[in-house]
Design a protein around this ligand. Structure first.
Ligand code: HEC
Length: 167
């Protein structure tokens, strides 16, 4: 390889590396919008361990990794998914279809994803992808009546009919 060819190859490699490290401005704006949605949409409150208890002071590298803190109620026990792993196998089109049709057990506000505009879904997707994959999948959900092994937030059962009779 001639010197100039080698130089060109090195330059190309360097610019590719640069592109991977710092996204272009348009992508950066989209990612920033996704970061904003993750915070104001409350996604971190359940999907980022410790987020709610530290006033949101969890390094971004640990966001949306899912949690072993379960939610128990009449539906059994559910665990906030590792969103980064959940989205890993989806391209943008698949994610949009998924987000529009998603239903889950409580207390995941799936209607928030169902309702997001195209642009917001693109932003959320870009942000989650920018975090990369990390961590493990959340524990599998447990059916009603199965005692969870770890800590849970317990939702009260439906109120007795007497408590609501006067409404
Ligand atoms: C109140 C807690 C809570 C909040 C807030 C919350 N989630 Fe969840 N999320 C959960 C739980 C619990 C599950 C597991 C539900 C199940 O197993 O049926 C879940 C599941 C998911 C899944 C996987 C669903 C599947 O079965 O494929 C995704 C993706 C997800 N949430 C994304 C989000 C996003 C994005 C936001 C913010 C807009 C958000 N969640 C807000 C608790 C929450």
């Amino acid at each position: 390889m001639s010197k100039s060819l080698l130089g060109a190859a090195l330059l190309l490699a360097a610019s590719c590396a640069g592109a991977a490290g710092a996204p272009p401005a348009a992508d950066a704006a989209l990612i920033q919008q996704g970061r904003y949605l993750s915070v104001i949409g409350g996604c971190n409150d359940c999907h980022t361990p410790g987020f709610g208890l530290t006033g949101g002071k969890v390094p971004e590298a640990q966001w949306l990794l899912g949690d072993k803190l379960g939610f128990s109620g009449p539906w059994g026990t559910t665990y906030p998914a590792n969103v980064r792993l959940r989205l890993a196998t989806m391209d943008l089109a698949a994610f949009k279809t998924y987000a529009r049709a998603l239903t889950t057990r409580p207390p995941m506000p799936y209607w928030a994803l169902n309702t997001m505009s195209d642009h917001d879904l693109e932003a959320l997707y870009a942000f989650v992808k920018s975090l990369g994959t990390a961590g493990d999948a959340a524990p599998a959900a447990l059916p009603p009546g199965v005692q969870p092994k770890g800590p849970v937030v317990t939702f009260p059962g439906p109120p007795p009919a007497a408590a609501t009779a006067q409404r």
